[in-house]
Design a protein around this ligand. Structure first.
Ligand code: NAD
Length: 288
């Protein structure tokens, strides 16, 4: 990737995430002076290897900035009732400011029921309908980490959102939909494209801001991008060469775009950092 001549400005997710972590660490220290230690409870059910890696990273990230984290590793055959009981206990624990149940859950557990059991005031992922509803009408307590991180990247890149044409590809509950709502709240004119969109390129070519959150390597090519646009690549895929890649043909698109995020080193580290932000914000709210 580094050997590709680029014209687009690179939006460096690693560097921005680092500065966000530094800020969180300062806020943790300020709370410590008042006797408050922010706490994140992570719950993992089963042995999904990808989930195990994500959870390990979350615990490590917390330790780095001084957030106290706990990890409940529950066996794959944990009953839904037992998981719900654990969540009730975490909801009541004053040392816990954020709760995160790693998804996906084993098939015998109703994911929706589990998310809705988490107190909206501790919903570190921002997936509870109360926070989703607040995202629609006002100020949520928590915002989903990935689209929240994208907003921070756009802010950092100095991309004008007010009145801009924003196109989001993907309509999932964890990325596409909340991303569209956040861009709308920031004053953009938002189009959401998805698997049933008829002429994807006709939409993307209008975009001042293009966010790709699909899961298909090279879905977005240079001819689909408006010159000078800001292109955010949320996708995380394994390319044919086994390497991590996004949804955007980086080599081609970076010759057209004005600013672009790389994969790896773009949205991924920001998603991790925003979980820490959500946790410190919750602890600060609790301390008020
Ligand atoms: P998802 O599978 O839930 O949703 C994918 C969306 O893409 C769907 O809404 C679908 O309609 C749309 N889509 C599929 N094919 C399409 C096509 N040909 N044209 C236009 N739209 C199409 O996925 P998700 O959970 O939203 O994740 C999307 C991608 O982002 C994945 O690669 C995932 O790994 C990645 N991701 C990355 C991070 C990160 O931190 N970097 C976080 C979450 C997800």
């Amino acid at each position: 990737m580094s050997s590709v001549p680029t014209t687009a400005r690179l939006i460096d997710g690693n560097a921005l995430a680092r500065s966000i972590r530094d800020d969180v660490a300062r806020r943790v220290a300020a709370l410590a002076a008042r006797g408050v230690v922010p706490g994140l409870a992570v719950v993992l059910v089963g042995e999904n290897p990808a989930s195990a890696v994500y959870v390990r990273n979350k615990v490590k990230d917390c330790a780095e900035v001084g957030i106290a984290s706990t990890l409940d590793r529950l066996p794959a055959d944990t009953s839904e009732t037992a998981l719900l009981e654990r969540i009730v206990a975490l909801n009541a624990d004053p040392a816990v400011h954020g709760i995160l149940v790693q998804l996906p859950l084993p098939e015998h557990i109703d994911e929706h029921r589990v998310i809705e059991a988490i107190s909206p005031a501790k919903d570190a992922d921002g997936f509870h309908v109360s926070n989703v509803g607040q995202l629609v009408v006002g100020e949520p307590l928590f915002r989903p980490c990935t689209p929240y991180g994208v907003m921070k990247m756009l802010e950092h890149a100095g991309t004008r959102l007010d009145g801009a044409e924003a196109v989001v590809i993907g309509r999932s509950n964890i990325v596409g939909k909340p991303q569209a709502l956040m861009l709308l709240a920031a004053g953009a004119t938002v189009t959401v494209c998805h698997s049933r969109t008829r002429d994807l390129a006709a939409h993307t070519r209008r975009a001042d801001i293009l966010v790709a959150a699909v899961g298909r390597p090279n879905l977005v090519t240079a001819d689909m991008v408006k010159p000078g646009a800001t292109v955010i690549d949320v996708g995380m895929n394994r390319g044919a060469d086994g390497k991590l890649c996004g949804d955007v043909d980086f080599a081609g698109v970076s010759r057209v775009a004005g600013a672009i995020t790389p994969v790896p080193g773009g949205v991924g580290p920001m998603t991790r950092a925003m979980l820490l932000v959500n946790t410190i914000e919750a602890a600060e709210r609790g301390a008020r």
